[in-house]
Design a protein. Structure first.
Lengths: 203, 200
C-alpha cells in the first residue's frame, strides 16, 4: 500500500496551492518515514550516550594508580613514596587517585589537586620555580665551578707555573729579567724572588 | 700602519695579558669560598626552619585562613580567619579520618560543642592530610556539627608545627594559646580548661 504513494520528486513539482492539501496516504507515509528516521536517530543517540560513559569508566588498574602515586609523597610518611606506603592515610590518597582517574583526569591534574590541597611538598620532584630552583641549579653550578677550577689547574700545570696563585708567573719573571719598559713595577713581596732570578741569569 | 692605530689593551701585549692572568688566578679561591659560603647559608636557613617549634601556652595563636567544608561553616561563611573569632574561646583541633586516636575524642568534642557553643566557645576542626570524601564521611559518622575545614596546602599545621594528630590548642579570648594537648583530649581537661577560660 505504501508503494502507491507518489515519490518525493513528484511532490516537489506540485504547485504551491496543491501542497496545502496533503492526501491521507501521503501523510501516513510521511509520518512513517519520520518515525523510522526519529527511531534511528534515537538509537544512534542512545548508543553514543552509552559509549561515552563506557569509555570514561574504563576500569582503573592498580598499575594506573601507582603510576601517579609513585611521584607523590604523603607528608605523614616522610621518605616513603605513595605507591609503597602501607598506612591508611596513603591508602586514602590512592583511593582518591583511583577516583580521579576514573573521572578521566590526567596525571598532571591529579598532581595539581594534591599540591593545591596538601602543598608542594607532596611532589617527588619539586617544581622548577622560586626557591626550589636552587635544588636544580646548585648541583649544576657546583659541577660547572669544579670543572672550571680543574681546567684552570690543568692549564697551570701545562704552563709549568707553580700551582699557588701568590707566586709570580714565568712570563712575569722573564720580563723582569729583560728589564722591559713595559714591565709594571715589581711588588715588594716579589723583590726577593726577582733578585734570585737576576742572580741566576748573571751566572 | 699598525703604529698609527690606537693601542688597545689587547694590542699592548704581554704585560696586560699577564695582569689579567694574575687576576684570574686569584678568582679561583674567591669562587671556592663563595660557593662554600653559599652552601653554609643554605644549610643555616634549613636548620633555622627545622628548629621552629610548636607554639606553646602563652604564645599568640598564629593566625590563618581557612575554607570551611560546605556543611561545616562558621556563621555561614565559606571562609574565615582565626582572627575573626577573636573574643571567643577557640578550641582548635587537628584531626584526620585515618587517625585512630582522633576517634576517641570525636564524640566528646561534639558534645562539648553542643554544650558550650552558645557560651562564646568556637570549636574548630582542621582536617590534616586527609582526603575530602573521607573527612566528610568521618564527620557524618560521628555527627559532627561544629565548624571544620581542610588544611589546604598543610599551611595551618605547619604554622602550628604539629607533630601528629590529634592535637588540640585552646585559645583564649585575647587570641593567646592557653593550653596544648597532644593526643586525644580527655573529658576532664576539656571541661576544666573551658571553665577556666570562660571565667577570664
Amino acid at each position: 500500500m505504501y508503494n502507491d504513494f507518489p515519490n518525493r520528486s513528484d511532490n516537489c513539482r506540485r504547485s504551491p496551492s496543491a501542497t496545502n492539501v496533503v492526501p491521507v496516504p501521503l501523510l501516513v507515509q510521511w509520518l512513517h518515514s519520520s518515525c523510522i528516521f526519529l527511531l534511528l536517530a534515537a538509537c544512534a543517540g542512545a548508543l553514543l550516550l552509552i559509549a561515552v560513559p563506557a569509555t570514561a569508566q574504563e576500569p582503573v588498574t592498580d598499575d594506573d594508580v601507582n603510576d601517579v602515586a609513585r611521584d607523590l609523597y604523603c607528608p605523614v610518611c616522610e621518605n616513603t613514596p605513595l605507591d609503597a606506603c602501607p598506612t591508611q592515610a596513603c591508602q586514602d590518597w590512592r583511593d582518591e587517585i583511583r577516583a580521579q582517574l576514573s573521572q578521566g583526569r590526567s596525571e598532571h591534574e591529579i598532581q595539581q589537586y594534591f599540591v593545591d590541597r596538601y602543598g608542594v611538598e607532596v611532589l617527588a620532584q619539586p617544581p622548577f620555580e622560586g626557591f626550589n630552583m636552587l635544588i636544580w641549579l646548585l648541583p649544576i653550578l657546583v659541577v660547572v665551578l669544579a670543572a672550571f677550577l680543574f681546567w684552570r689547574y690543568l692549564g697551570r700545570l701545562r704552563e709549568g707555573a707553580p700551582p699557588t696563585a701568590d707566586e709570580p708567573k714565568k712570563d712575569d719573571t722573564a720580563m723582569v729579567a729583560q728589564g722591559s719598559a713595559q714591565q709594571p713595577p715589581p711588588a715588594a713581596d716579589e723583590d726577593d724572588y726577582v733578585s734570585r732570578i737576576e742572580k741566576e741569569v748573571r751566572e | 700602519m699598525n703604529e698609527t692605530l690606537p693601542r688597545t689593551p689587547a694590542a699592548t701585549g704581554e704585560p696586560a695579558a699577564a695582569e689579567s692572568k694574575r687576576l684570574n688566578i686569584r678568582s679561583g679561591p674567591i669562587l671556592v669560598w663563595g660557593g662554600i659560603l653559599l652552601f653554609l647559608a643554605i644549610m643555616g636557613w634549613g636548620l633555622l626552619n627545622a628548629s621552629a617549634t610548636r607554639p606553646e601556652a602563652g604564645a599568640a595563636a598564629p593566625d590563618f585562613q581557612m575554607q570551611f567544608f560546605d556543611d561545616y561553616r562558621w556563621k555561614d561563611l565559606p571562609a574565615s580567619n582565626l582572627e575573626d573569632m577573636r573574643g571567643n574561646v577557640v578550641v582548635l583541633n587537628f584531626w584526620a579520618s585515618w587517625c585512630v586516636e582522633c576517634r576517641l575524642e570525636a564524640e566528646l568534642l561534639e558534645n562539648a560543642w553542643r554544650e558550650y557553643g552558645d557560651q562564646g566557645v568556637v570549636f574548630l576542626g582542621i582536617a590534616y592530610v586527609d582526603a575530602e570524601p573521607k573527612s566528610l564521611a568521618y564527620m557524618q559518622e560521628y555527627g559532627i556539627t561544629y565548624p571544620n575545614a581542610p588544611d589546604l596546602g598543610s599551611e595551618i599545621s605547619e604554622s602550628y608545627e604539629i607533630t601528629g594528630v590529634p592535637e588540640t590548642f585552646f585559645v583564649d579570648r585575647e587570641g593567646n594559646i592557653s593550653r596544648v594537648v597532644i593526643g586525644p583530649v580527655s573529658d576532664d581537661v576539656l571541661h576544666s580548661e573551658l571553665a577556666q577560660l570562660l571565667e577570664q
